[in-house]
Write a protein that binds this ligand. Structure first.
Ligand SMILES: Nc1ncnc2c1ncn2[C@@H]1O[C@H](COP(=O)(O)OP(=O)(O)OP(=O)(O)O)[C@@H](O)[C@H]1O
Length: 590
C-alpha cells in the first residue's frame, strides 16, 4: 500500500507534464520538452550508480553513446527497427557496465572518478577513427511508426515521459529493496557494509550494469529524436557532465533529484543557447558551470534535500512544539545493569590459534591464541596500540593474518572476505559510528538484517525485533540525525544484531557516553548475552567492563600478557603496569 502510494506523485507529475506538452505547438519548444525527460532519465541512471553508492562517475557518456550509436548503426547497416534496437542498446550498455565496472571498482574515491572519465573519451576517439564522425539515421517515410519516426513531435515527448516514469518507478522499487539498502550501505562505509554481510563488489556490479543499460537505452532514444549522432554529441565531456549536473543540482540519491534538475536546467540552457548562442558560443556550458558552483555553495546535496530540510524544519517545529528532547528520550526503553552473573562456559564457538599480523616491520599482533565460549562476554583490554582493533579486523576478515587461524564452530575462516564471515555468524560494531543520518532508525537497522533475511518484509521484521531488543522501538521512525550519542550507539548495536549473529564483536561501544548512559548500554549488552549471544568487547571504560565481562584477555605490544577472571586479571601486576596504572589499585581498594 505504502509502495503504491509512493508511485502516485511520479504518475501525477508525468500526467501533468504530458498535459502541458500536448498544448505546446511550437516544434522547438516541443523538442525541449522531449529533451527534459531524456536528460532526466540519463541523470536517474547516473544516480542509480553514483547517487546511491557515492562512487562518482565522470564517464556516463560511455553508456549513452554506445546506446545512441547502436541504435543508429543498427538501422543503417541492418535495417532493424529502433523498437528492437533500443532494448538491444540497453543490453549492450549493461554489458559495457559490467566490463567497465569489474576492473574500475578496484579503485576508490577520486581514482574511480578519474578512471571513469577515460572510457567515453577513449570510445569517442575510436568512433572518430572508424569514420563515424556524423551518422544520419535513414528516413523511413514508408513505415514511420515501425521506425519510430513520427510526424507529430508530441509522440516523442510522450515516449520520453513513459521511459522516465518507468525509470522513476524502477528507482523507487530499488531504493526500498535489499539492492538499494546495499548501495546506501556502501556509500556510508564500504568496509562496514562488508562486515554487515553485504557482498559489495557484487552489488556495485549490479548497479553499474543496470545504470549502463538505462543510460544506453535513453541514448538510443536520443539518437532517434535527433536523427543524427556525432561522437562529441553522445560521448563528449558535456554529455557526462549533463548527467552529473542535473542529478547534483536537483538532489543526489533521490529519484526526484535528476527530474528537478532536468526540468529547471535543460529549458534554461536550451533557450539561452537558442537566444544567445550565436553571440555567446558555449553559453550552455557556462550555465551548467554556474549551476554546479551555486549548488555546491548553497545546497551541497541538491535542491530536493534543501527543500525537504526546510519543510521538515517547518512542519517538525509545529509538530514537536511542546515535545521536549527529554520527553523524546523518555520514550527509549531503558534497562538497568544487573550484577554480573558469570555464564556457565558453553561450547567453544570461536577459536583463535597463533594469530599474527605484521605491518611492514611492525608486529601488530603476535601469536595470539584464545577461545570464546557460547554465551560468554570476553573483555579485550590493553593500552593504545596494543593490537585490539587489529585482532577484531582479523576476526571479521578486514585483514588477512600473516600467520595463524580463526575457527568459527571448528571451521577455519581465516582469510575469508568480511561478508562471508558475517554470514558464518560474526557481527560487528565500529569505534567510529557511521549512521545514515537522513534515514530512520528502522531503515538504518534494516541494512544489517539482509544477511539473514530472505525477503524485504522479513528484513524489516528482523530489524524491528533488533530495534526492540535495544529499547529503541518508540523512536524507530525518527531520523538518525536527531539522535543522541547513546541512541546512536544502541542503533549501531541493533544494526549488528539484526543480522542475527551468534558472535558479536563490539569495538568501544561505550565510548563518548556519560556514566548513566554507559550503564544503560551495558544492560542491553548483558541482556543480549542472557539471550544466548556470545560477545567480545573492546573497551577502555574499566568500571563498566569489570561489571560486564566474564573474562578478560589482556594485550600489550600485540601479544597476550594474561587472560582470566576480572577479579584476578585486575590484580595482576603485569596488567596494572602495562595498562591499569597505580590509580586503579587505589580505586579498586576503595
Ligand atoms: N593498517 C595499518 N597499517 C600500519 N600499521 C597499523 C595498521 N593498523 C594498525 N596499525 C598499527 O598496529 C598497532 C596496533 O594498532 P591497533 O589499532 O590494533 O591498536 P588498539 O589496541 O586497537 O589501539 P586503540 O586502543 O588506540 O584503538 C599500532 O601500532 C598501529 O599503529
Amino acid at each position: 500500500m505504502l509502495r503504491m502510494r509512493s508511485f502516485l506523485p511520479p504518475l501525477l507529475f508525468t500526467l501533468a507534464y504530458a498535459g502541458i506538452s500536448l498544448s505546446v505547438t511550437n516544434s522547438y519548444y516541443q523538442l525541449i520538452l522531449t529533451l527534459v525527460p531524456v536528460w532526466a532519465v540519463f541523470g536517474l541512471s547516473w544516480n542509480l550508480l553514483s547517487g546511491y553508492t557515492g562512487l562518482i562517475s565522470f564517464g556516463h557518456a560511455a553508456f549513452f553513446g554506445i546506446g545512441a550509436y547502436a541504435t543508429a548503426l543498427g538501422q543503417i547497416y541492418f535495417n532493424i527497427s529502433p523498437w528492437l534496437l533500443i532494448p538491444i542498446a540497453a543490453m549492450l550498455g549493461g554489458i559495457a557496465g559490467l566490463l567497465i565496472g569489474f576492473p574500475t571498482f578496484r579503485l576508490q574515491g577520486h581514482y574511480f572518478a578519474l578512471a571513469m572519465l577515460a572510457y567515453p573519451l577513449a570510445i569517442l576517439y575510436v568512433f572518430e577513427w572508424l569514420g563515424f564522425q556524423e551518422v544520419t539515421l535513414p528516413i523511413k517515410r514508408d513505415a514511420p511508426i515501425a521506425y519510430m519516426q513520427f510526424s507529430d513531435p508530441h509522440i516523442y515527448t510522450l515516449l520520453g515521459l513513459a521511459i522516465m516514469l518507468a525509470t522513476i518507478v524502477l528507482s523507487q522499487v530499488i531504493e526500498r529493496s535489499r539492492f538499494g539498502m546495499a548501495l546506501l550501505a556502501i556509500k556510508q562505509n564500504e568496509a562496514a557494509a562488508e562486515a554487515a554481510g553485504i557482498n559489495t563488489l557484487a552489488w556495485k556490479l549490479r548497479a553499474i550494469t543496470l545504470s549502463g543499460a538505462i543510460a544506453a537505452a535513453i541514448g538510443g532514444f536520443y539518437a532517434q529524436v535527433l536523427l543524427v549522432v556525432t561522437p562529441q554529441s553522445v560521448f563528449g565531456m558535456l554529455v557526462s557532465a549533463q548527467a552529473l549536473t542535473v542529478a547534483m543540482f536537483g538532489g543526489v540519491g533521490t529519484v526526484w533529484g535528476p527530474v528537478i534538475g532536468s526540468v529547471i536546467l535543460i529549458p534554461l540552457a536550451e533557450i539561452l543557447h537558442a537566444e544567445a548562442g550565436a553571440r555567446i558560443p558555449g553559453i550552455q556550458g557556462v550555465i551548467f558551470g554556474i549551476a554546479i558552483v551555486s549548488v555546491i555553495l548553497l545546497a551541497p546535496e541538491g535542491l530536493f534535500w534543501r527543500l525537504r530540510d526546510v519543510l521538515r524544519r517547518r512542519t517538525g517545529s509545529k509538530a514537536t512544539a511542546g515535545a521536549t528532547p527529554e520527553a523524546a528520550a523518555a520514550n527509549v526503553t531503558t534497562l538497568k545493569p544487573a550484577a554480573r552473573q558469570r555464564a556457565a562456559p558453553g561450547d567453544v564457538v570461536l577459536e583463535v590459534r597463533n594469530l599474527s599480523r605484521s605491518f611492514g616491520g611492525l608486529k601488530a599482533l603476535q601469536d595470539v591464541s584464545f577461545r570464546l565460549h557460547q554465551n560468554e562476554i570476553l573483555g579485550i583490554i590493553g593500552p593504545n596500540g596494543a593490537g585490539k582493533t587489529t585482532l577484531f579486523n582479523l576476526l571479521n576478515g578486514f585483514l588477512k593474518p600473516s600467520q595463524g587461524e580463526v575457527l568459527i564452530d571448528g571451521r577455519n575462516m581465516s582469510g575469508q572476505r568480511p561478508h562471508v564471515i558475517c554470514e558464518a555468524g560474526i557481527g560487528r560494531t565500529f569505534q567510529v559510528m557511521r549512521p545514515f543520518l537522513r534515514m530512520s532508525i528502522l531503515d538504518n537497522v534494516v541494512v544489517g538484517a539482509y544477511v539473514r533475511a530472505g525477503s524485504d518484509d522479513q528484513a524489516r521484521q528482523f530489524a524491528a525485533d533488533a530495534v526492540a531488543r535495544v529499547g529503541l522501538s518508540a523512536v524507530a521512525d525518527r531520523v538518525a540525525g536527531e539522535l543522541s550519542t547513546k541512541e546512536l550507539r544502541l542503533m549501531e548495536l541493533a544494526r549488528a544484531i539484526a543480522g542475527q549473529p551468534r558472535i558479536l564483536l563490539l569495538d568501544e561501544t561505550l565510548a563518548g557516553l556519560g556514566h548513566g548512559e554507559a550503564d544503560e548500554v551495558v544492560a542491553v549488552i548483558q541482556q543480549l548475552a542472557r539471550d544466548g549471544m556470545t560477545i567480545a568487547i573492546i573497551e577502555h571504560t574499566m568500571q563498566a567492563m569489570v561489571r560486564l565481562v566474564d573474562r578478560f584477555l589482556v594485550l600489550d605490544h600485540g601479544a597476550v600478557i594474561t587472560e582470566g577472571l576480572p577479579e584476578v586479571v585486575t590484580r595482576d601486576n603485569r596488567v596494572i603496569e602495562a595498562y591499569l596504572g597505580k590509580k586503579w589499585v587505589g580505586h579498586a581498594a576503595n
